[in-house]
Write a protein that binds this ligand. Structure first.
Ligand code: BG6
Length: 487
C-alpha cells in the first residue's frame, strides 16, 4: 500500500449527543491518575458533548461537595496545568452513587439516577460505562449492569451504550475466554472497548505510519536484513503504593501480555489490506498468533525474571512474595519474514531511568552472521557496526536512525551519526491527544481501531499462559533499584 493517511480523528465527527459516563471505582488509582485527567483534558479542549454527566460509583459515603473535593484533590494534574475555573465547571457535571459493587440495590439506584438525567435532558442519551476496578470485580459488575437492563441501548436508537474494560483482561487463556464469553452474552461486540492504553499512544500509532508511509524501510523489514529487535519498557517508578494490586499480577501480566506484545504486534505485523479497523486488528492478531510457544525445556534459556531489592518491604506486599517486577523473554515468530529473528521483550520497575523504546538492529556486512545474536553474548564491536532504527515511545518521543559516515581524513574509516526526529521539536500539535484522551474520544465516536480485539487478547494469552504455568520453576534474580540493565 502506498503512503496513505492512517485514520485520523475528525473533530467534526465528535459526539454532540448527550452522554452519561459511569465510572466504577471513581476514587481509585486508575481513575485519579489517568481517566479523570484525560476527561478534564477533553473538556478543556471542548471535545466533550455540551451535555455530559459523570456518575461515579464508589463504596465510600460523601456529601456531594466532599465527593467533588475528593475527586479534585486526588486527580493527578500538574499545578497550573488547568485553570481552577475550568476544573470547577468540569466537576459541576459530577455526581455519585454509593454502594457495594456486588449489591443489586446499587444498580437499581444507578438506573434511577441515569433515568433522572435522561428526563432532565428530555431524551435517551448515550451511556459509557468504565470499569476502573480490580478485574476480580468485573464479573459481578457486568452481570449486575445487565441485570438492571443498563446494557441495553435506547430503544429508539437515539443513544448508544458502550463498555470500557481495562487490562488485565483475564488472568490466563481460560479466564480470558470466560470473561469474553460473559461479555459476549451481555453486550454486542460493537459495544465492547477493551483498553490497552499503549495502542493509543501517538508514538505507537506512529510505528504503522512510519513503516507504511516510507517506502525506504518496508522492503528491509525482513529477516534477510533485520538481525534482532529489542522492545524495552523500563520504569523508574516502583509499585508506588499499588502493592496490593500489583502483587497478585506481576510484570509479565501487568505490562508483558498487553503493552509489550502490542508493541511487538505493530513491529511484526504485515501490511494490512486497508487501514480500516478490522484489517489493522486482524494483522496485529495474526502477528501475535505466530509467536512460537516457549516450551518447559526452553524456558530457562529464553526467559528471565527478577525482583527489585526491597520490593517485599513495600506496603501491601507479603514479606515472602516472589512476584516478579522484571522479565525478559527472547521471543521468535513463525513466519517467512521473521524466522530466526530474536525479539527481546524486556520490562522492569525501579530502573535508573524511565525509557520505553524499540530498537530494530539491521544486519551489518562487516559482522559475521550470528555474532550479534545472543542477548548478552553480543559482540560489542559487531553491534557498533549495525544500523539501528529506534522508536522512542516515551519520554522524549521520537525516531532515530544510526548510520555511518566517513571520518574526515586520509583513511576510509567510518563513525556513527544519528538522524533524529523529536516530537517535541516539530510536532507539538493543538489536536494532539494523550493516550486516555484518545481512548475516551474513540469510544465516544465508536472507533475500535485503538482497542484490543478478542483475537489479539486470546493470541497474547496463548503465548504467555504456558510461560506462567512454569513460572515458579524459574529462579528469581534480585536486582538493585536504579539499575540500567540486568545481566
Ligand atoms: C499500566 C501498568 O498498565 O501501565 C503500570 O499497570 C505501568 O504498572 C503503566 O506503570 C505504564 O504506563 P505508562 O503509560 O505510564 O507508560
Amino acid at each position: 500500500m502506498n503512503a496513505q493517511p492512517i485514520q485520523q480523528a475528525d473533530p467534526e465527527s465528535l459526539p454532540l449527543q448527550p452522554t452519561i459516563f459511569v465510572i466504577f471505582g471513581i476514587t481509585g488509582d486508575l481513575a485519579s491518575r489517568k481517566l479523570l485527567p484525560a476527561l478534564l483534558g477533553l473538556y478543556v479542549k471542548k471535545q466533550l458533548p455540551k451535555r455530559f454527566a459523570v456518575i461515579g460509583i464508589t463504596r465510600r459515603t460523601f456529601t456531594r461537595e466532599e465527593f467533588r473535593e475528593s475527586i479534585r484533590s486526588h486527580m493527578h494534574v500538574r499545578p497550573g496545568q488547568f485553570k481552577e475555573e475550568d476544573i470547577k465547571h468540569f466537576l459541576d457535571h459530577f455526581s455519585y452513587e454509593q454502594g457495594m459493587f456486588d449489591d443489586s440495590v446499587l444498580y437499581t439506584n444507578l438506573a434511577k439516577s441515569i433515568k433522572s438525567v435522561d428526563d432532565r435532558w428530555g431524551q435517551c442519551s448515550n451511556k459509557l460505562f468504565h470499569l476502573s476496578v480490580p478485574p476480580t470485580l468485573y464479573e459481578g459488575i457486568l452481570t449486575n449492569v445487565a441485570g438492571s437492563s443498563l446494557n441495553i441501548p435506547c430503544a429508539d436508537g437515539s443513544g448508544w451504550t458502550r463498555i470500557l474494560i481495562e487490562k488485565p483482561f483475564g488472568n490466563d487463556t481460560k479466564t480470558a475466554q470466560s470473561l469474553d464469553k460473559l461479555l459476549g452474552k451481555l453486550f454486542d461486540e460493537e459495544q465492547i472497548f477493551r483498553i490497552d492504553h499503549y495502542l493509543a499512544k501517538e508514538s505507537l500509532q506512529n510505528i504503522l505510519a512510519f513503516r507504511f508511509a516510507n517506502a525506504m524501510f518496508e522492503p528491509l523489514w525482513h529477516r534477510q536484513y533485520i538481525d534482532k529487535v529489542h522492545i524495552k519498557l523500563f520504569e523508574k517508578v516502583t509499585v508506588e503504593g499499588r502493592g496490593q494490586f500489583y502483587d497478585g499480577v506481576g510484570a509479565l501480566k501487568d505490562v508483558g501480555q498487553n503493552h509489550i506484545l502490542a508493541m511487538l504486534a505493530l513491529i511484526a505485523m504485515d501490511e494490512p489490506k486497508s487501514f480500516d479497523v478490522n484489517a489493522i486488528r486482524r494483522e496485529r492478531a495474526r502477528a501475535l498468533d505466530r509467536l512460537v510457544p516457549i516450551s518447559a525445556r526452553t524456558l530457562p534459556k529464553f526467559v528471565t525474571k527478577g525482583q527489585y531489592e526491597g520490593y517485599n518491604r513495600e506496603p501491601g506486599i507479603p514479606a515472602d512474595s516472589d512476584t516478579e517486577t522484571y522479565f525478559r523473554i527472547e521471543a521468535r515468530i513463525k513466519s517467512p519474514r521473521w524466522k530466526n529473528v530474536p525479539f527481546y521483550l524486556e520490562s522492569g520497575k525501579a530502573f535508573a531511568e524511565a525509557k520505553t523504546e524499540i530498537d530494530v538492529y539491521f544486519k551489518s556486512s562487516s559482522c559475521k552472521p550470528g555474532n550479534a545474536k545472543a542477548f548478552h553474548g553480543d559482540d560489542p564491536k559487531c553491534i557498533e557496526k549495525q544500523n539501528v532504527l529506534t522508536f522512542r515511545i516515551q519520554p522524549d518521543e521520537g525516531i532515530k536512525v544510526r548510520f555511518f559516515v566517513k571520518t574526515p581524513g586520509y583513511s576510509l574509516a567510518t563513525e556513527p551519526k544519528m538522524l533524529k526526529f523529536r516530537y517535541a521539536d516539530t510536532l507539538a500539535h493543538p489536536d494532539a491527544l494523550g493516550d486516555y484522551e484518545r481512548l475516551i474520544h474513540d469510544a465516544f465516536i465508536g472507533d475500535q481501531s485503538l482497542f484490543a480485539s478478542t483475537d489479539e487478547i486470546m493470541a497474547s494469552w496463548r503465548y504467555v499462559t504456558p510461560i506462567l504455568e512454569k513460572w515458579e520453576e524459574l529462579p528469581l534474580k534480585i536486582y538493585k533499584k536504579g539499575v540500567n540493565e540486568i545481566e
